[in-house]
Design a protein around this ligand. Structure first.
Ligand code: DGJ
Length: 691
């Protein structure tokens, strides 16, 4: 056993695993190449003083914080065996086998085993998870198993997220003081208010500045992320599944494994986190590029499924350059509104006498592929399925309905098999390329989140191996289930139910701190947003939907010929730019005037980039601050020119470089001095291509 140094891409983790209690000596900036002697010297030198009125041995940050070792903060293991609380653990074995280090421990009596896996990816993303095994001969009631990582004492400010339907990913900051800041989800899905990514950094850390540590839990059910600063002198970020009393009882021989806690450290602000997380996520996923441009029928027709109307929409979509046509809610038996029929996954013969074949043929002959909306984990009380199998309803149908629906108990083998077979039958009968997989309510049945989430993962896994060509989108009333657990099994997220570009600017900006833009559905909606009733100019809506997995959520047949031509031009622009947008480095500027936001994507070789200057409000000065371009090579010359629909600007003359059509300057100048901006009206966006 040894002192372990995981080191990659400017980040280091040092674990003293020489015996006793394994301690994390450092997680943060790169400590450089240290040989064994230096590592041992570091570990020895890291033993702190013993303060008065404390335990009589030095207290170091344990990989497995435990009360019995003197740690009175959050514990690694919570639970009991017949009333006897969880013990402390001692190191038994270290297996450092690239890329995963396994640290195995045991309780003193050997009745519990605890193994921790740590992996630092080439991109500098740290993943850690625990596995607890019951080796005793009685049951162990597990109340919690959390991974915790120490952070720097200078990390005194927290940033995480809250939100609500159609307003996901609202950032919130708070000072990190003594105590615990715990963000807990009991939705049975992460929820619209998901903490998502809990960051702790030096006060005032921004997109491009400040040291920051961050954690995310790769799990789609109940969970908690927390930060703790203790009067004992330590600060940590942590997380784990939020277990209800009695939810996990380990019988003799059984084990429980936590979801991965995904963690990253950055010297250079929030963008530095994305710089690690995006390439890592991309390297792990088999996402097929290019991402097809989508038309989704929800806000176009809602439940009014009518073949001739949809055929016209197919033709309009194909003429604009759309590549995937998705039929949303309303196609299955009896589903004329959102009050009934979930579970009856048969094409409604009253609406579709020839099945979906005529529509799908039209879609395919127009050169697009076809996608279908489903909400498999749900059941309407008013459905044939619920009438036939009332026992398949999770929790037996007590408690309030939500959107007039209940949850199908995936832990019931018959219900699970019905669902798998029904979905398989649909995927076999029809040439479906894409499932929009929705989930429109919280579970609200205590103690079921764990097994329901595991069953969901199993179902998605089974369907993916049986139908590997089918892509799946995770949707949960918009963006209530966006996490790295489900991302192993899906290809796209529906980022939010709002297509209002003003709200979308915030939601996409923050969701893409963790998730690369090509996974995030962003659609062009109606001029008057259906969710907010706010009017937005076409150019602003298009600029907002350009960067992610782009699409349309609008009845194009009602758009004017002129608008349709602009939309076709936008789709052509997106197709030209998507190789860059969907592989490049996402950058955001720290804006001196909150009315303006700058974001962009820089190609991996930094030869080209696309930026958006977005006016979300009115400027606080007649001449707003110049736009500065983060992420370029300082020593190369770049030409900057506007693209896309020209925004409305309230000005007598534009800035000279824009009047000239373009400017060529070194990357250093563009990043440091920047360029004067046009005087954009509120809710306008200027797109700039840099090459
Ligand atoms: C909620 C989704 O987020 C919407 O996009 C839409 O699919 C509706 N459900 C359909 O019921």
């Amino acid at each position: 056993m040894t002192v372990l140094h995981l080191r990659a891409a400017g980040a280091s983790l040092v674990l003293d695993a020489r015996g006793g209690v394994p301690t994390i000596i450092h997680w943060g900036s790169d400590l450089g190449g240290l040989d064994e002697t230096a590592l041992v010297a570091l570990a020895d030198a890291s033993v702190p003083a013993v303060p008065p009125s404390s335990i009589d041995v030095p207290l170091q940050w344990s990989l497995w914080p435990a009360l019995a070792d003197g740690w009175s903060g959050r514990q690694a293991v919570e639970g009991h065996r017949q009333g006897a609380p969880a013990p402390a653990f001692r190191l038994v074995e270290l297996h450092d086998q690239d890329p995963i280090a396994r640290v195995r421990g045991e309780s003193a009596d050997g009745s519990l085993g605890l193994t921790t896996e740590l992996e630092l990816s080439a991109e500098g993303v740290l993943r850690v998870r625990h596995r607890l095994v019951n080796r005793g001969d009685t049951g162990f009631e597990l109340a919690g198993l959390d991974v915790q990582l120490p952070i720097g004492a200078d990390a005194a400010e927290l940033l995480d997220f809250t939100g609500l339907w159609a307003h996901e990913r609202q950032p919130q900051r708070a000072p990190l003081r003594h105590g615990v800041w715990s963000r807990e989800s009991r939705h049975g899905r992460p929820g619209h208010d998901d903490a998502f990514l809990l960051m702790a950094g030096v006060p005032g850390f921004g997109f491009r500045r400040g040291r920051v540590w961050a954690v995310h839990l790769a799990w789609s059910g109940d969970k908690r992320l927390f930060a703790e600063r203790s009067a004992l002198g330590h600060s940590a970020l942590g997380g784990g599944e939020l277990l209800a009393p009695g939810e996990i009882r380990l019988a003799p021989g059984e084990s429980y494994e936590t979801p991965w806690l995904v963690a990253a450290f950055s010297e250079t602000g929030i963008d530095g986190l994305s710089d690690r997380l995006h390439p890592w996520i991309r390297s792990r996923s088999a996402l097929r590029l290019p991402r097809p441009v989508v038309l989704n029928t929800w806000e176009a027709v809602y439940f009014d499924h009518d073949l001739p109307i949809l055929e016209n929409l197919v033709d309009a979509a194909a003429a604009a350059g759309v590549e995937r046509f998705v039929l949303d809610d309303g196609w299955f038996t009896g589903r004329r509104d959102d009050k009934r029929a979930l579970g009856d996954w048969y094409v409604d013969p009253a609406v579709w006498p020839d099945g979906l074949h005529p529509l799908i043929s039209r879609v395919i002959s127009a050169g697009m592929d076809f996608g279908l909306w489903v909400e498999p984990e749900m059941i309407s009380p008013d459905s044939a399925l619920a009438r036939e199998h009332p026992s398949w309803i999770l929790g037996g149908g007590s408690g309030p309905t939500w959107r007039w629906q209940r949850v199908l108990d995936l832990g019931n083998p018959a219900a699970y098999a019905y669902l798998r077979d029904r979905l398989s039958a649909l995927l076999t009968e029809y040439p479906i390329a894409f499932l929009k997989w929705d989930h429109n309510r919280d579970l609200l049945v205590p103690g079921t989140s764990h097994r329901q989430t595991r069953a969901l993962y199993r179902l998605l896994g089974e369907l993916r191996s049986a139908f590997p060509h089918v892509e799946i989108e995770s949707c949960a009333s918009g963006g209530a289930r966006i996490d790295l657990g489900i991302l192993d099994l899906v290809d796209r997220f529906w980022t939010s139910d709002t297509n209002d570009p003003l709200d979308r600017q915030r939601i996409q900006r923050w969701t893409s701190v963790l998730i690369p833009p090509e996974y995030l559905g962003g659609h062009l909606g109606d001029a008057t947003a259906h969710v907010t009733g706010r009017h937005a100019a076409l150019g602003f809506r298009l600029a907002t939907a350009l960067f992610g997995s782009a699409g349309i959520e609008w009845n194009l047949t009602t758009a004017s010929g002129a608008d349709r031509a602009v939309i076709a031009g936008w789709i052509a622009l997106h197709k030209r730019l998507r190789p860059l947008l969907h592989t490049g480095t996402v950058v955001r500027a720290d804006a001196p005037d909150p009315a303006f936001r700058v974001h962009g994507v820089v190609s991996p070789d930094r030869s080209s980039a696309v930026y958006a200057l977005v006016a979300v409000g009115s400027p606080s000065a007649a001449l707003p601050p110049p736009i500065r371009f983060p992420g370029l090579d300082p020593d190369r010359a770049y030409t900057v020119r506007p693209i896309g629909t020209p925004p409305k600007a309230v000005q007598d003359t534009p800035p000279a470089w824009l009047a000239a059509g373009s400017v060529t300057l070194p990357g250093r100048v563009l990043a440091e001095a920047g360029l004067p901006v046009p005087l954009l009206a509120p809710e306008q966006a200027l797109l700039l291509e840099v090459s």
